[in-house]
Unconditional design. Structure first.
Length: 561
């Protein structure tokens, strides 16, 4: 069978590009993803996966493999100098938290970027899409209907140039990629020429895998070694100080000698070479818009910054999860082209705030002494509070226009809903709710499920909170009649105090549950006697909180044609 022509071309097969390709593949959109490298990246690089990203991987059916391969972050240990062997301080970067009903993944995972990309490529291949390595985007042109791109594939010593016609092009090709430059997007910000960090992976024998290890001397020379999930004595190195960084990056033996001089230990045995090694200078920059016409940028192609805080890779994949469902609807002809302008509208404030957070951490990290607060994680860095409350395509009938306007500057810090704290609004991350027991006549299962088992990147989920089956049926029938087929999954949720007998059934909805423990009603701020409909977007964000079909119609007029 001949494959359908690609509708989206993705340039760059790092985590961002792979998540975008996988999101589109889930939605049945033919996609091509290319990378100019002959072989995939090697090395740990962006290894921290935050809780919100774990939720994204859950919705993409990737999470089990990531949890199997990854590990939780061990504590940080700083050593006394001179000597370099006696601990000075030991602390956890993020205290281990027990999962809660609204937040089942509260602890981040450490997983090397090379391993993560391998997992994503495997899942993408299962859906019939394979990364085309050694294939480079040369240039492109666009008009109101299409993008025409020229790509060059290196094969057996020959450079084969191909012209590709697609509906959309997305550049996930990094900070030096061609897409942003050819689009003429401004890359606003600064380069920290006074701050150099050497980063790489090397094998070291004699250190335990149960801690991050840090040494910092009186000359403000610093060495940090992070154990990896591989458990084969490979550590990620981060170091800096008043040294010739360019020389050290090109002379591994000299770098190892300098490391030994800082840590003052002769009991460690270093491998002969680095898996990879880079002289990194923090660039703190972002684009002024995330796309023009039918061409978009995401990830490092759109924003670069300090690695402190573990936000870069996580922000990149969330760029693509935001863009992916919108691209899918437009490609299917279900949504207008203008829906894609909300990608910039929603992500730009988030990235602006993220740059402020990571830059503040960078300034603490490179300062004098060991600032323990610079290494504290959790809180807003978990990204569970990232929201789009100001977005023009969200609708909240419980919130005034004035209240929404006041939240524009809080894109990164909204308190996670649940357990008696702030009630969610449209634009917030949709919380989980376990302990839902099926009341649907087509279901023979009495096993409880959760909302995170229902949410998918292929449809909106309409959570219809009511104890009255006839009201749920009316909402479901409206959705079926007014919207494209299979675009919304209707779920009736009755309070646990309903007391239904076996003769009471919910009709017309796709699923129906009793909220036995009350988590859904609590986390979504719904009183048991009222009817509320919460629309959860394909990216796991609350799109609307309404009380009638009028509200549903107002919301969907901004989504569908």
């Amino acid at each position: 069978m001949t494959a359908a022509p690609a509708e989206v071309l993705i340039a760059g097969a790092g985590p961002a590009g792979l998540v975008l390709a996988l999101t589109l593949a889930h939605n049945g959109i033919p996609v091509r993803i290319i990378d100019k490298l002959a072989t995939p990246h090697v090395g740990q690089k962006g290894a921290g996966i935050q809780p919100r990203s774990l939720e994204v991987y859950k919705f993409l059916d990737v999470l089990p493999d990531i949890l199997w391969e990854g590990r939780y972050s061990p504590p940080m240990r700083v050593y006394k100098l001179p000597g370099g062997t006696e601990p000075l301080k030991t602390w956890y970067l993020a205290e281990h938290s027990e999962p809660k009903p609204p937040t089942p993944y509260l602890n981040g995972i450490m997983l090397g970027q090379d391993h993560l990309e391998s997992i994503l490529r495997d899942h993408l291949a299962r859906r019939g899409c394979h990364v085309e390595m050694a294939t480079e985007l040369l240039d492109f042109e666009q008009d109101s209907e299409k993008v025409v791109a020229r790509i060059q594939k290196k094969a057996d010593g020959n450079d084969l140039v191909e012209t590709v016609n697609v509906k959309f092009l997305v550049g996930t090709d990094g900070a030096k990629g061609i897409v942003r430059k050819q689009l003429g997007l401004k890359f606003l910000g600064e380069t920290r020429d006074d701050t150099h960090i050497l980063i790489g992976d090397i094998q070291i024998h004699g250190l335990d895998n149960d801690h991050w290890h840090m040494w910092k001397n009186e000359k403000d020379e610093q060495v940090l070694l992070r154990p990896t999930e591989r458990f084969d004595n490979v550590f990620t190195l981060m170091c800096g100080g008043d040294i010739d960084h360019a020389k050290m990056a090109s002379d591994p033996k000299a770098l190892i000698q300098w490391i030994k001089s800082v840590i003052q230990r002769d009991d460690l045995k270093f491998g002969g070479s680095f898996t990879w090694l880079s002289d990194f200078r923090p660039n703190i920059r972002m684009v002024d818009t995330f796309g023009k016409g039918r061409v978009f940028v995401a990830g490092d192609a759109a924003h670069v910054h300090s690695p402190t805080g573990g936000q870069g890779m996580n922000s990149s994949i969330q760029d693509c999860f935001n863009l992916g469902w919108k691209l899918a609807l437009v490609c299917k002809g279900l949504s207008p082209l203008k829906l894609l302008t909300t990608y910039t509208e929603e992500r730009l404030p988030v990235i602006q705030e993220m740059l402020q957070v990571t830059t503040k951490l960078l300034n603490k990290t490179v300062g004098q002494g060991v600032d323990q607060s610079a290494w504290k994680r959790g809180g807003a860095l978990n990204q569970l509070g990232v929201n789009y409350r100001w977005s023009s395509i969200v609708l909240d009938e419980r919130t005034s226009v004035k209240e929404v306007a006041q939240t524009v500057q809080a894109a990164y810090g909204q308190v996670v809903a649940g357990d008696g704290v702030e009630v969610i609004r449209a634009g917030d991350r949709a919380p989980d709710a376990p302990g839902l027991i099926s009341r649907f006549p087509k279901s023979s299962s009495e096993h409880p499920t959760s909302l995170f088992q229902i949410f998918k990147p292929t449809f909106h989920t309409a959570l219809i909170f009511t104890r009255h089956p006839e009201k749920a049926a009316a909402i479901a029938q409206f959705l079926q009649q007014a919207l494209p087929p299979n675009s919304v999954y209707a779920v009736a949720i009755a309070p646990g105090t309903s007391g239904y007998g076996p003769h009471v059934h919910f009709e017309a909805v796709d699923s129906a549950f009793i909220d036995v423990h009350g988590y859904a009603y609590k986390h979504y701020g719904v009183e048991s006697e009222e009817m509320t409909v919460v629309l959860v977007r394909p990216d796991g964000v609350v799109g609307a909180v309404v009380s009638s079909t009028d509200g549903l119609e107002r919301y969907f007029q901004n989504i569908f044609v």
